[in-house]
Design a protein around this ligand. Structure first.
Ligand SMILES: [Fe+2]
Length: 337
């Protein structure tokens, strides 16, 4: 099997919304104190949605277009958002848990305000206790594991929670701090770019329910043996503009021919993927139905200055997961035993 190069072959600029020139009133939408996102969650989300209505028109227009039409990369990069005052003094949380030193919620507000224009924020009970705003940082001992706390191994391409009945339509990554060496790239590959590299025969196979996917490590599949009982097609929707179910690490084919098609897709992704080095104040929106994502390897130092992102998940329709949520809560409690 060919190895995937660490540097993409086709670097290209994605669609960028530059927020670096916000006026004072707009900055205040993000900076002015409000409800506590961890204690008064629903109030916080409503407050953020109302604030987002007052964001400049060009930001709302870009988010609306991305929500409705997406784009060929399946990502939208919002650059130069406000950050928490004094953030540079706060250490990266060593266990990728909530930071007790972070007592302002500007980053959470960025995620909730931007997310509110794409849909509704949700979380999963198995991940970070169901926090809506999840800290991603390198954690000692997981350097070579396929999880968000890994570092020294490339995080393989995946759609977020392929195995789950209620996966997010969008994934948001907000960068609070890049890695020391500015090495870490968030990698992404869209089905729009990969599809033309696949033969008709391989596309036919990928459109059929011939694929099985495992349960994520973070959902309790520690020994990597737990398989989802769902048999899925990898491609679905419109033949010329399909959606993509894919997990490089966890997906297997049920027939030798289907395996060949999956390998062809893996190779296509290796050719078309691109990478972005996120910087402080960058918020990356990923269309989780069209684009798989991963991360290059990087070297953590565990000195309180390591790479620190916050992540949120967005669904278009809260009603779909209502059966697995408690009233008034955003935490999806589907079990996988
Ligand atoms: Fe992910």
């Amino acid at each position: 099997m060919p190895s995937i190069p660490e540097t993409p072959e086709t670097p290209e600029t994605p669609e960028i919304v530059d927020c670096g020139e916000f006026d004072e009133a707009t900055m205040n939408l993000f900076l002015a104190p409000g409800p506590n996102p961890y204690q008064d969650t629903e109030e916080f989300l409503f407050d953020c949605e109302m604030r987002a209505d007052e964001m400049p028109r060009f930001v709302r227009r870009s988010l609306l277009e991305f929500q409705v039409r997406s784009n060929s990369d399946g990502i939208l990069l919002i650059r130069g958002l406000p950050i928490d005052p004094g953030l540079y003094r706060i250490p990266t949380p060593p266990n990728a848990e909530r930071s007790p030193q972070k007592t302002t919620f500007v980053s959470e507000r960025c995620l909730a305000m931007i997310g509110s224009r794409l849909g509704h924020l949700v979380s999963y009970i198995q991940e970070k206790n169901g926090d809506l705003f999840q800290n991603l940082a390198p954690v000692k001992g997981t350097e070579h594991v396929q999880v968000s706390t890994g570092s020294q191994t490339r995080l393989q391409f995946h759609r977020e929670t392929v195995f789950h009945p209620y996966p997010p339509e969008f994934l948001l990554l907000f960068c609070l701090r890049p890695d020391h060496d500015h090495m870490a790239e968030t990698t992404y590959a869209s089905v729009a770019h990969a599809l033309p590299l696949l033969s008709e025969a391989h596309q036919d196979l990928l459109f059929q329910p011939l694929y099985r996917t495992g349960i994520d490590y973070s959902f309790g599949n520690r020994d990597r043996t737990q398989q989802s009982d769902r048999i899925l097609p990898v491609l679905y929707g419109r033949r010329n503009d399909p959606f993509l179910n894919y997990d490089e690490d966890l997906m297997t084919a049920t027939t030798p021919e289907a395996e060949e098609a999956l390998t062809a897709l893996r190779e296509a992704i290796a050719q078309v993927y691109r990478g972005i080095k996120l910087d402080t104040g960058d918020l990356l929106c990923i269309d989780n139905r069209r684009t798989v994502h991963g991360r290059s390897s990087f070297v953590p130092r565990y000195d309180g200055r390591d790479r620190w992102l916050q992540r949120s998940f967005v669904v278009r329709d809260l009603g779909l997961s209502a059966v697995d949520r408690l009233p008034g809560e955003r935490i999806i409690r589907t079990t996988f035993e």
